[in-house]
Design a protein around this ligand. Structure first.
Ligand SMILES: [Zn+2]
Length: 121
């Protein structure tokens, strides 16, 4: 709800018979590593971006710009459009009045999950 049922990275949205389809509530700091279940530790991500965020292909900078790992290789136009094009784009913020992702959780993800270095552009 905080992200209006829209991927914070690519703005995908989709519905089937009135139910959101293909979108997840993703933890930034993993639940198994003491990540809280609150908006400041969450992002609404589509299924592919959730998977790539959890694998460290995608990350966030402290100012909530999307990082793409320089170690990621994708040669097709689909990989370019879906992944590489996100590099250095701002993530979609939550609705006004709701907490954006907390800097401490972003830092945890950058240290523990993201596969540095980030590619530029
Ligand atoms: Zn997405």
């Amino acid at each position: 709800m905080a992200y209006e049922y829209c991927c914070a990275f690519c703005e995908y949205d989709g519905w089937l018979d009135g139910t959101v389809v293909g979108l997840d509530a993703a933890h930034v700091r993993w639940w198994a590593f003491d990540g809280p279940d609150d908006v400041a530790n969450g992002l609404c991500l589509c299924a592919i971006h959730h998977k790539l965020f959890d694998k460290g292909v995608l990350g966030l900078t402290p100012d909530r710009t999307i990082s793409v790992s320089a170690k990621f290789v994708g040669r097709t136009s689909a990989a370019k459009d879906v992944v590489l094009a996100l590099a250095e784009r701002p993530a979609r913020p939550p609705q006004p009045g709701l907490a954006p992702v907390d800097a401490a959780h972003i830092e945890w993800h950058r240290r523990q999950v993201f596969r540095a270095p980030a590619r530029s552009g």
